[in-house]
Ligand binder design. Structure first.
Ligand code: ZN
Length: 306
């Protein structure tokens, strides 16, 4: 298990490092960039998929508001809090994160004590098992990251749930779903039925999927896509990159099905896992931009294949 964890981390880091080749800007959530998407839903969109910067979501009702993801470290968390206070002045706040990686979760300390932190049981398991491993990796990447994460701590949950938590914000409801092990074991998705907006986390984005957990499987990820698809969202806000629609879900299905079938075929032919990674990466190269992420998916698919 330990070597699997290390492997997952190394792959995750390799992909991140590759993304840093074109000198991205610092990992700061933009101020004054909150955009209204629907009657109750707002987002700070990071179109450029800047490493270390998530998309931030807000669902605002008459009674309270829900914030989705925090940015990396308290400095970013304060930016997100200030934006929340602009669009939902004086309203009680709830906070949920799409998963417990540093840029999504480790800004939570900036929120006041009165903010209610909602966590799935699986997120708590991820925190207990992996702790600050990835925060340490991020900190070693740059001085800015190190400064942002220096005193960052995981915030304790005020509300926990197993599979689903429904939050009535007054005139609008948010369904928070624990999605099982896809990008991480503690992946959540948030669906706002009245506005037909889905916050899909890392489960469906423009960029290719990152298998960052030793618990990730292709079969479960495909089942998760079915769950998200059945919600029939009009707008999909992923946790990174441009806001889109359900075609993100469809594209992931094609990508993961292709890798699943090719990995199974190569395994049947007697090819090793490493050979499968090499062959399928070459095959996917032209069609998909993040060829560096293919390996993680192939390794998972190969291990699962009968
Ligand atoms: Zn992540």
């Amino acid at each position: 298990m330990r070597s699997l964890v290390t492997m997952a981390l190394i792959m995750f880091v390799a992909v991140g490092a590759e993304g840093q080749q074109h000198m991205p800007r610092d990992p700061m959530v933009q101020t004054n960039a909150t955009r209204k998407l629907t009657a109750h839903v707002y987002a700070i969109e990071d179109k450029d998929t800047t490493p270390g910067v998530p998309n931030i979501g807000f669902v605002v009702g008459t009674r309270a508001a829900l914030v989705i993801d925090t940015g990396m470290g308290e400095r970013n968390g304060r930016t997100v809090l200030a934006e929340a206070e602009k669009i939902a002045p004086g309203k009680p706040l709830y906070l949920v994160t799409t998963h417990v990686h540093p840029e999504h979760d480790l800004g939570a300390g900036a929120f006041p004590q009165s903010t209610k932190m909602i966590r799935s049981e699986d997120q708590i398991k991820d925190i207990d098992e992996f702790g600050y491993q990835l925060a340490d990796v991020f900190s070693r990447r740059s001085a800015v990251n190190a400064e942002l994460l220096k005193d960052a701590k995981f915030r304790k949950a005020d509300i926990t749930f197993d599979k689903e938590y429904t939050l009535d914000l007054g005139g609008v409801t948010a369904r928070i779903l624990a999605m099982g092990a896809n990008h991480t074991r503690g992946d959540t998705a948030v669906f706002v039925p009245g506005d037909s907006v889905l916050f899909s986390g890392d489960i469906a984005m423009k960029g290719m999927p990152s298998f960052a957990s030793p618990y990730s499987t292709v079969s479960h990820w495909l089942a998760s896509l079915d769950v998200l698809d059945a919600l029939k969202p009009k707008i999909v806000v992923p946790s990174h990159g441009p806001i889109g629609d359900a075609t993100y879900i469809a594209n992931y299905r094609v990508y993961l099905t292709t890798i699943r079938d090719r990995a199974a075929a190569l395994k049947k032919e007697g090819k090793s896992q490493d050979e499968a990674v090499k062959t399928i990466t070459a095959e996917m190269q032209g069609k998909y931009p993040d060829a560096g992420r293919v390996a993680g998916a192939v390794r998972a698919a190969y291990a699962e294949a009968k």
